[in-house]
Design a protein around this ligand. Structure first.
Ligand SMILES: [Zn+2]
Length: 155
């Protein structure tokens, strides 16, 4: 999955939060909806939750088991290893992004998303200064852009 696809995925905070809930542990759709209400004091539409879960499943990021709960059978979703990996990557980038908002002097590496406190490795790419943590990240970034698979996650 490319970063552009990742962007589409978390184009709104609700989807991001669903991933956070799933990262904490297996959950069924209704549980996600009630977590939203409890934690954020916000209602989330089932028409957002269920298609998103199906989409994640199609991409091999979650799997589900059917579990009888009360009188109903519910699909309990859990992240696959691939899904957990995606979440770790997303959360790391998101955390770094939040850090730069709080601490404007901070940069994040455009490739791996780690924090760059001082200097780092700066290159001019397409007339724009881009900061990396190291030369290797700059190389990988340029290589992936040439192959057209890596767009910056947050711009
Ligand atoms: Zn890096």
């Amino acid at each position: 999955m490319t970063s552009t696809e990742v962007d589409e995925f978390v184009s709104d905070f609700s989807r991001f939060y669903i991933l956070m809930i799933l990262y904490e542990g297996a959950s069924h759709g209704y549980n996600i909806i009630s977590r939203f209400r409890k934690t954020l004091g916000k209602d989330i539409s089932p028409s957002l939750v269920y298609p998103f879960l199906q989409n994640l499943e199609k991409r091999g990021l979650v799997r589900y088991t059917v579990v009888p709960i009360g009188e109903k059978e519910r699909k309990v979703y859990e992240l696959t290893e691939k899904g957990r990996e995606l979440c770790r990557r997303l959360f790391k980038r998101f955390a770094a992004l939040v850090s730069t908002a709080i601490e404007p002097s901070l940069n994040i590496c455009a490739h791996c998303g780690c924090k760059v406190y001082e200097g780092g490795h700066v290159e001019v790419i397409n007339g724009k200064e881009v900061t990396f943590c190291c030369k290797h990240c700059a190389l990988s970034y340029k290589r992936e852009r040439k192959e057209g698979k890596e767009e910056p996650l947050f711009t």
